[in-house]
Design a protein around this ligand. Structure first.
Ligand code: ITT
Length: 198
């Protein structure tokens, strides 16, 4: 079976990729199986730059075709912040909870109609030094005033996708995996993976 290594240290992302690619004949390896691959600094100024850096570095270190994801939550009222800084919005040592709390503080008193936001995921697939593939997906919604639900991860409890009455943290994982930013970018990537032989 063909193998891909998912170039992330985030287990929640790995779980989602397992769901999204479950019907494909591809074995997904993770960085847990390659402890020598340490943290990769995300110092690019764009999601594209960081995704490409993570995938290229993991491919270079393991020799296995690598798939990376860089995701940002862009809040219109905050001029698209936290964006590329979504994982460290609350500063050094930020957690999902402290990031959510900071975002709710920054939006304190802002009415729902002005709390529009979108998640944006960029995926980079590096199967060889020359063959780089990039896909992107986004999902629009609003940032609620209070967290709701215990599923998902990150900002999911405060993100209500447009057209739905449940937050990403309140819906079944399968539903998030059909309509999310990551799912859309991954569906496009599936077509690319089908065409590739390695
Ligand atoms: P890697 O770089 O190792 O992949 P990371 O957690 O640092 O892991 P990102 O920089 O792409 O990954 O993610 C930014 C943050 O955005 C992440 O830490 C979560 O807090 C949040 N996030 C990403 N995807 C999300 C999703 O589908 N739902 C909710 N929050 C998400």
């Amino acid at each position: 079976m063909r193998q891909i290594i998912v170039a992330t240290h985030n287990r929640d992302k790995v779980n989602e990729f397992r769901g999204i690619f479950s019907d494909m004949e591809i074995a997904l390896l993770t960085l847990e199986q390659f402890p020598s691959v340490g943290a990769i600094e995300e110092d690019a100024s764009t999601l594209e730059g960081n995704a490409l850096k993570k995938a290229s570095e993991v491919f270079r270190l393991t020799g296995i075709p690598a798939l990376a994801d860089d995701t940002g939550l862009e809040v219109r009222y905050l001029n698209d912040a936290p964006g590329v800084f979504s994982s460290r919005y609350a500063g050094v040592g930020a957690t999902y909870e402290t990031n959510v709390r900071k975002l709710l503080r920054d939006l304190n008193g802002v009415p729902l109609r002005r709390r529009g936001a979108r998640f944006r995921s960029v995926l980079a697939f590096v199967p060889s030094p020359e063959g780089v593939e990039i896909t992107e997906g986004s999902c629009h919604g609003v940032i609620l005033e209070q967290p709701r639900g215990s599923g998902g991860f990150g900002y999911d409890p405060i993100f209500l996708p447009d057209g739905y009455s449940r937050t990403f943290a309140e819906m079944e994982p399968d539903l998030k995996n059909q309509l999310s930013h990551r799912a859309k970018a991954a569906f496009e990537m599936r077509e690319i993976l089908r065409r590739h032989s390695w």
